[in-house]
Write a new protein. Structure first.
Length: 563
């Protein structure tokens, strides 16, 4: 990934002790004395949160953030943009009786000024061709849209640590869905709360009055309550101005979030679908500001073992027919087929007011049968009428514990969506987006840390990936039962969470003739040839899988060009 941030490390100076004021056993202040761009905050992940307020020279609060400041040792540094003369107010939480005196905490010794922040990748498990944040924590993809040849991906981001906190919208752009360039932070917290998930649209007809082709983001403001806000961009999504009339939708529920906006042609209205506890709600609007409640869906449908999140609505063609049907994507956590996070979906019809599901109420259809596919949503305004989806490639059961530090989490491969009828049922299909084809390099005899394996399946099959350290992933296909499974219990590092070692399995919803497997440094994504079954799983091998055994099929291995 290209870097927005400089990779050059300038000389750093330790924060002078004279600027530090210890006020109690849990409270301190720091007056910044240098005109450097960053204050590098030392982070220790096992520690509890310290609440930090950044004040200007008049002691007006400019920013609030939560950081696990180092007490004993430093795991890594995170940059806080500052100016000389500012006052940093720090309150440590939790019982400090076993931590020693606050004045002796490691953070005071290690805190540094710098004009740059080193983002050089030193992570053994950072993917080579999947999107990742340059540094810090990432979860849900947000506000994705396509405009003027550029794909825009926003995401839930913590700029001050590699675990969940301080939610803002990070931003990356791409011209090919594969190579991503980091951009400045797009939307930050305000008095209504931190910035949770949402969507963005291109307002081609100036319905909101912010200008023709303005990019309008709708997101959840997560404060004392969860409310919905909008912001607009007149520079193609680089910078946003928050609407003065926020919030634009409120509701009396603790979990009321993740707005997905789309245009409904028949009623000439914008529609937003929101996750509300264990149902979704639909609202309509002419101008994205004034919203009318239309209906709710889901109380008696699908899986309810967790909170519903991150909905999406798609009108998709049915393969080999002239029909189209609406698909409601609905992410849930916990409640996935193998524990933790997952994406379910519902097929039916939508008239601009109400969604009617054609499936049986208790039936649950899963978009992906791996452990590491969540918060999946699609790009607005994708070319050629495509619906391109991207998931967060992790699971809330262990996302904050996976063996990386500089960053945490990646997005799964972009996938083009469709519908197919099998055994009288309509199923969602996901195939790797066509942009992936351009990454195919030379054919090789054995797997590499970045490769695609295409398997022509001949009946029942077993495929084993392994390395000299004894790490292995075993994939099997039972032709009679039409069942596929992936076993990662011995895949490498698995002991960071009891929920990580597992076997995931799924029906292939018909005979499987081809299997496409995408391997990156820390992930395996398996696609049935027509996209009827997909399985996404993280892996952390001690060294790359460089051996393969196949029974019941012929494997062709392609290097993936990552440059």
């Amino acid at each position: 990934m290209k870097k927005f941030f400089s990779l050059i490390v300038m000389m750093m100076t330790v924060v002078g002790a004279g600027a530090q004021m210890i006020l109690s056993d849990s409270h301190a202040m720091l007056r910044l004395q240098q005109n450097k761009k960053y204050l590098l905050l030392p982070v220790q992940e096992k520690e509890e949160i310290a609440a930090i307020a950044v004040m200007d020279s008049r002691n007006e609060v400019m920013k609030r953030l939560n950081v696990k400041l180092a007490v004993d040792k430093v795991d890594y540094f995170m940059p806080l943009e500052v100016k000389g003369g500012q006052l940093i107010d720090v309150v440590f939480h939790g019982d400090r009786r076993t931590k020693g005196n606050i004045k002796d905490f490691a953070c005071w010794r290690e805190m540094k000024y710098s004009d740059t922040y080193d983002t050089a990748n030193r992570e053994h498990f950072r993917p080579l061709y999947h999107h990742t944040p340059v540094y810090g924590w990432m979860n849900d993809p947000n506000g994705m849209f396509y405009k003027d040849g550029v794909w825009h991906l926003y995401y839930q981001w913590n700029p001050y640590g590699s675990q969940w906190e301080n939610m803002t919208w990070g931003h990356s752009t791409s011209t090919d869905l594969i190579h991503w360039e980091a951009q400045p932070t797009a939307i930050e917290a305000d008095g209504l709360g931190t910035i949770f998930s949402g969507s963005a649209i291109v307002d081609k007809n100036n319905t909101a009055g912010f200008g023709k082709d303005a990019v309008i983001a709708m997101y959840t403001s997560a404060g004392a309550a969860q409310t919905q806000s909008i912001a607009y961009s007149k520079d193609g999504g680089k910078t946003f101005t928050k609407y003065a009339g926020n919030p634009v939708i409120t509701f009396n529920a603790p979990d009321f979030r993740d707005p997905k906006v789309f245009w409904f042609e028949k009623t000439q209205r914008w529609i937003v679908v929101l996750a509300v506890g264990q149902e979704v709600q639909f609202y309509s609007s002419k101008d994205l500001k004034d919203w009318k409640f239309e209906s709710s869906f889901g109380r008696e449908y699908g899986n309810h073992d967790g909170v519903w999140e991150c909905p999406d609505m798609l009108l998709l063609p049915v393969a080999k027919s002239a029909d189209t049907k609406w698909v409601l994507l609905l992410n849930i956590n916990p409640g996935g087929p193998f524990g933790g996070s997952a994406t379910q979906y519902f097929v039916g019809q939508f008239d601009g007011h109400k969604f009617v599901c054609e499936d049986e109420p208790k039936e649950t259809k899963w978009m992906d049968y791996g452990k590491d596919h969540y918060a999946t949503v699609t790009f607005h305004n994708a070319p050629e009428g495509r619906y391109v989806a991207m998931p967060w490639m992790s699971n809330w059961q262990y996302a904050g514990a996976v063996p990386t530090k500089q960053f945490r989490s990646a997005n799964g491969l972009p996938r083009d969506l469709g519908l197919v009828v099998a055994n009288g049922e309509t199923y969602l299909t996901s195939v790797p987006s066509k942009e992936m084809q351009a990454l195919r390099g030379n054919k090789v005899k054995m797997p590499t840390e970045a490769c695609e394996i295409v398997v022509d399946v001949k009946g029942t099959m077993e495929l084993t990936l392994e390395n000299a350290k004894g790490d292995q992933v075993v994939m099997t296909y039972d032709a009679k039962k039409q069942m596929f499974a992936m076993n990662r219990t011995k895949s490498g590092s698995v002991n960071f969470s009891e929920a990580f070692p597992c076997v995931t399995e799924s029906s292939t919803f018909g005979p499987m003739k081809q299997l496409r497997i995408f391997i990156d440094r820390s992930s395996i994504e398996a696609f049935e040839g027509e996209g009827r079954m997909v399985m996404t799983n993280l892996v952390f091998p001690s060294e790359p899988y460089n051996m393969i055994k196949v029974k019941g099929g012929k494997a062709t291995i392609y290097e993936i060009n990552v440059k």
